[in-house]
Design a protein around this ligand. Structure first.
Ligand SMILES: O=P(O)(O)OC[C@H]1O[C@](O)(COP(=O)(O)O)[C@@H](O)[C@@H]1O
Ligand SMILES: [Mg+2]
Ligand SMILES: [Mg+2]
Length: 337
């Protein structure tokens, strides 16, 4: 008699309307060696996402807008919601028990959860798009998950976080926009779940997302244009000449999500102010590049694919270009000259 796992088709396409929980369970059965820890970790992230969704929605009512009055490791003034989101994800991942350590945009060092038997480490941008928090514009959370390489039962190490983008076992983001969505991948397909407030559930709404091969949307901060290299300026001029649509929300997660669905390119080049770019490799660029790869998009910096960059420090930055393959390839032609 075939076991449940052998009997279960792989991959399983689930209908729109499936809850996240049911989806995760079914996906777990599709993998012979799945033991449920990653599934539980994804549920913990979804739980924290629901709590932050609630805080974001009523931020203006409960004095959660404005600055915290302190700086984070990046030298940025922390917004209250940056700190709230950081605390909520840290708690959910600590109490969930599957994560032995995490790094966060809001914290300098490694956060040890005390779960030394946990198999996973997480890198997280608890609140992305901080400049848009107080003005009711879409913001989000970005996360990246690795299986630890340090022995289970011991204290996790720096090396657990320096495995490189290709070693991610899962990555995703939560978008707090006109609706709240969780989009993630474990490397096989990218699926989007919309939060139904009345049910308190994430519901499958965007199964197996495939991104257009080409596009006509370009996203960058025009205020930095004079500081871009000549090849980048030339590429942007060619987009303008072709009357592409310039769209820039100023929240990476929201700009990425739009371009993922509609076809487009997001650029954050290096500038004199940010000689290594602005965006952080481990908890902004790697996870979005991992998602992009599964949907057929490309993610690069001026010299290589983002997932091939060898990490060296926890908060390192990189120039970042991500989007429709035809658009990114064309940009690379300009950069190569
Ligand atoms: O204001 P700028 O320089 O255009 O930068 C906007 C970019 O910086 C970010 O806000 C950086 O992320 P955080 O908000 O998480 O620090 C991105 O979301 C966004 O794309
Ligand atoms: Mg960010
Ligand atoms: Mg942030």
């Amino acid at each position: 008699m075939l076991s449940q796992k052998e009997n279960h088709p792989h991959p399983m396409v689930l209908p729109v309307g499936t809850t996240l929980d049911r989806y995760i369970m079914h996906r777990q059965y599709a993998f012979a060696f799945a033991t449920g820890e990653l599934s539980q970790l994804l549920r913990d992230i979804a739980l924290a996402g629901k709590i932050v969704h609630r805080e974001v929605n009523r931020a203006g009512l409960i004095d959660l807008t404005g600055e915290m009055g302190q700086e984070n490791v990046q030298g940025e003034n922390q917004q209250k919601l940056d700190v709230i989101a950081d605390v909520r994800f840290r708690r959910a991942l600590t109490f969930g028990g599957e994560v032995c350590a995490l790094i966060s945009e809001e914290e300098e060092g490694i956060i040890f959860t005390g779960n030394n038997n946990g198999k996973y480490v997480v890198a997280i941008d608890p609140l992305d798009g901080s400049s848009n928090i107080d003005v009711n514009v879409s913001i989000g959370t970005i996360f990246s998950i690795y299986r630890r390489i340090s022995p289970i039962g011991t204290e996790p190490t720096f090396d657990d976080f320096m495995q490189g983008g290709q070693e991610q076992v899962a990555a995703g983001y939560i978008l707090f926009g006109s609706s709240t969505m969780l989009v993630y991948t474990t490397g096989h397909s990218v699926n989007g779940f919309t939060y139904d407030n009345s049910l308190g559930e994430f519901i499958l709404s965007h199964p197996d997302i495939k991104s257009p091969k080409d596009g006509s949307i370009y996203s960058y901060n025009d205020g930095n244009l004079n500081d871009f290299s000549e090849p980048i300026s030339k590429y942007l001029a060619s987009c303008r000449e072709r009357q592409y649509s310039a769209r820039y929300i100023g929240s990476l997660v929201a700009d990425f999500h739009r371009n993922l669905l509609k076809g487009g390119i997001y650029l954050y080049p290096s500038t004199p102010k940010n000689p290594n770019g602005k965006l952080r490799l481990l908890y902004e660029c790697y996870p979005l590049a991992f998602i992009a790869g599964v949907t057929g998009c490309l993610a690069v910096n001026d010299t290589e694919a983002i997932l091939n960059i060898k990490p060296a420090s926890m908060h390192q930055r990189t120039p970042f270009y991500i989007g429709a393959p035809k658009m990114v390839e064309e940009l690379m032609e300009y950069i190569k000259g």
